[in-house]
Design a protein around this ligand. Structure first.
Ligand code: SIN
Length: 194
């Protein structure tokens, strides 16, 4: 599959007939909301784990030297916490462009973390699967940190993506061992090279 998913997302999942819907963000969408939203609430989805296995050609790297950004990998016992945004469908014009490097929209059940009795709602999540051309796949947390430490793209240093995500998860009081371990290695690597 080509890594540019703009047209594919439009064809696969037209949204214009809807008045509003929920978007679930688990990566940069947690800490960088550069789109209008009606409301935002911490939320989680089940059966998916966050992994820095997707290459970034357009934000945190280049086609010649891709960075590493988050995607979701199916894992039956896993839970992934993030931020849900209540949005109008026109916002997906911008989001499809922002997430064009391999991410497809998928509809998933999600629940809000600030509800006393969790109610399941549907949310749309952007997932970059192993069949997209920009996919990089697994590596150890240390190797991912070493890769991230030297990557840069039009949106800034790759390290900023990881460290901001780790901070945002901490602020949500959510532990993600994969993200926190990469962030820890990265802090050491960056302080060594300073
Ligand atoms: C997301 O944040 O939900 C998708 C991946 C990204 O844009 O970092």
């Amino acid at each position: 599959m080509s890594h540019n998913t703009i047209e594919l997302n439009k064809q696969r999942q037209p949204l214009d007939h809807l008045e509003s819907l929920w978007l679930f963000g688990y990566g940069s969408l947690i800490y960088k909301a550069d789109f209008p939203f009606i409301e935002r609430r911490p939320a989680a989805i089940e059966g998916w784990q966050r992994r820095f296995w997707q290459g970034s050609h357009d934000h945190r790297g280049t086609p010649e030297a891709p960075g590493r950004v988050a995607t979701l990998i199916e894992q039956p016992q896993a839970r992934c916490a993030g931020m849900a945004y209540h949005v109008t469908p026109d916002v997906f014009e911008h989001l499809d462009h922002r997430e064009k490097n391999g991410y497809l929209r998928v509809t998933t059940p999600m629940h809000f973390l600030d509800d006393r009795t969790p109610i399941t709602t549907e949310g749309i999540v952007y997932i970059a699967g192993p069949d997209n051309d920009a996919y990089l796949g697994p590596a150890s947390e240390y190797d991912i940190a070493r890769h991230v430490a030297v990557s840069h793209g039009p949106s800034g240093p790759n390290s900023e993506y990881v460290l901001k995500l780790a901070e945002a998860l901490q602020a949500l009081d959510e532990h993600d061992a994969h993200v926190f371990e990469i962030a820890e290695h990265l802090r050491h690597l960056l302080s060594e090279s300073a």
